[in-house]
Design a protein around this ligand. Sequence first.
Ligand SMILES: [Zn+2]
Length: 317
Amino acid sequence: MNTQKKGSAKRQEGVVCLDLGGTYLKAAFFAKGVKISRVFTIPVPEKRNEKAIVTFLSDAAREVIQATPSVDVRGVSAGIPGLVNKRTGTVYKSPHFPQWKNFQLAERLASSVNIPVIIENDANLHGLAEARDGVGQKYSSFIMLTLGTGIGGAVIIDGKLLRGGLGTAGEVGHITVEPEGRPCNCGNRGCMERYASSEGIMIDAEEEGLSQVKEAKDVFVLMSEGNAKARRIVKRFSYYLAAGVGSLINTLAPEAVVIGGGLAKSWVLFKGYFMQELKHRVYPELISKVRIVRSRVGYQAGLKGAYYNAEAEGLLD
Ligand SMILES: [Zn+2]
């Protein structure tokens, strides 16, 4: 699959970047210096066991390469949702792909495409993009949370992604905020993502009997129209989010907390409740200094993060 030919002039070097989601895969070729080619958005097939996904990702990588002739492809860098050990290239499990178990994704994809493959958790890559292109230009240590169906996260310390000795650091959504609370697919109970996410809001809406709510953002709209039940839900959401974020600030002392993901669009509607609660939960010496800011990188953050990860891991050296 290496497209470098003997005797040819020096070709543009780069990597194929993949950003796998539960519904779509984004794929693009990045030449050195973050020069991005056309972005492919491909629906993830119904069949999503390990073998099917290796074939799907290989085909996507080939499609990207065929659309970008005369380049030297140094490898594939992929962002994968789930509990990912980047050191071993293993996805232990993934909420969107329940059939996977200790999936040796990097190794299997590499043997299919015949070039090196590196993988990382998708939210960690979002954090890496934020570190390079977004708020990272102002803060060297920050925690990023993507508030979506669940909660993704990344911890950036001194400009570097924290991976931890076991390789999976940054699962901030699974901090316990309610010790005997709702069961979570990680095996724990009462994780922050069971409350402070779209899914959490939808459970609350059902419990409150708000049958007109079709998606989480409807609750914020209802609240702004004066609905008391919706206000209660947003307050509860903010309470649990502040409990989790407060613990993270006290533990890691970041300069900033970056809020991204779909629910960040409603930030102005829950900011007040969130900040009020956070003040009770963080050392006064820290709360006056830590900045809570919105994510500044757009929807290509996952792909860009994959490129920066390839750079950091030496794929382009
Ligand atoms: Zn959990």
